[in-house]
Design a protein around this ligand. Structure first.
Ligand code: SF4
Length: 206
C-alpha cells in the first residue's frame, strides 16, 4: 500500500479513536485529555506538571488548564515533591484512581476488530507500529515512549529460540515478540549512540 494511503488509513482510525475516547470519557465526567492525565499518573506515579507535560507531548499552559479542572473536581491533589520541597507533585485521589482504571481499558469495539485479524497480521501490525512510533520519536514528533526497542535492558535476538528470542536484562528473562512493551515502567533509555544498533538487531538487519 502506498504511504499516502497508509497515512489516510491511520488518520481515519485516529478520528474514530478520538471520538471513542470522548464517548468513553463522558460518563466519568472528564474529557479525553483529562482522562489521559489520570491514566498517565496511574501508570507512572506522582509527577510534576512539567514532567507530565513532556510525557504527554503538550505545553505546560495546555496541561495546566486540564490539571486545574481535575483539582477542582477532586480527581487530583497537590503534595510537596520529596526531592525538592519547593516543588509540588500531582497525586491521584481515590476518585481519580477509579476514573484512571476505567480510562485505561481499550475500547471493546477496537478489541473485537483486532480479533478479526489473523495472528500473522497482528504480529506484522505490532512490528510496524513499533517501527512507526520509534521513527516519530526520533523525529521528535512525539514524546519519548518507554518501549523495549529504545531500552538499555533490551537484548534483541539474544537467544536461538523462535518463541522467545529476546532478553530483558532488567528481569533477566527471555521473551517473544508478543511480550514486547510499548510502555514499560522499568524502561531505561538506551544511550543515543546504541539506538540504531538495537533497532538493527531487532529488525534482523545486523
Ligand atoms: S525493562 Fe521493560 S522496556 Fe526494558 S527491555 Fe525490559 S521489558 Fe522491555
Amino acid at each position: 500500500m502506498p504511504n499516502g494511503q497508509i497515512a489516510f488509513a491511520l488518520a481515519r482510525i485516529g478520528v474514530f479513536l478520538r471520538s471513542l475516547a470522548w464517548e468513553q470519557a463522558e460518563p466519568t465526567g472528564v474529557n479525553p485529555t483529562q482522562a489521559q492525565i489520570l491514566a498517565r499518573l496511574a501508570s507512572r506515579g506522582p509527577s510534576r506538571v512539567s514532567v507530565l507535560a513532556a510525557d504527554l507531548g503538550v505545553t505546560q499552559p495546555t496541561l495546566s488548564d486540564a490539571v486545574a479542572a481535575l483539582l477542582r473536581k477532586g480527581h487530583l491533589k497537590r503534595e510537596p515533591d520529596p526531592v525538592d520541597g519547593r516543588a509540588v507533585r500531582l497525586h491521584l485521589t481515590e476518585l481519580g484512581r477509579r476514573v484512571a482504571e476505567a480510562a485505561k481499558n481499550p475500547p471493546p469495539v477496537l478489541m473485537s476488530a483486532l480479533d478479526t485479524l489473523s495472528p500473522g497480521d497482528r504480529d506484522a501490525m505490532q512490528r510496524a507500529l513499533i517501527g512507526l512510533i520509534r521513527a516519530l520519536q526520533i523525529a521528535r514528533a512525539i514524546p519519548l515512549q518507554r518501549m523495549c526497542v529504545t531500552c538499555a535492558h533490551f537484548r534483541p535476538h539474544a537467544h536461538d529460540d523462535a518463541d522467545a528470542p529476546h532478553r530483558c536484562a532488567f528481569v533477566d528473562a527471555a521473551f517473544g515478540d508478543a511480550a514486547l512493551r510499548i510502555d514499560c515502567g522499568d524502561h531505561e533509555g538506551a544511550p543515543e549512540e546504541d539506538l540504531a544498533h538495537i533497532w538493527a538487531r531487532f529488525s534482523k538487519v545486523a
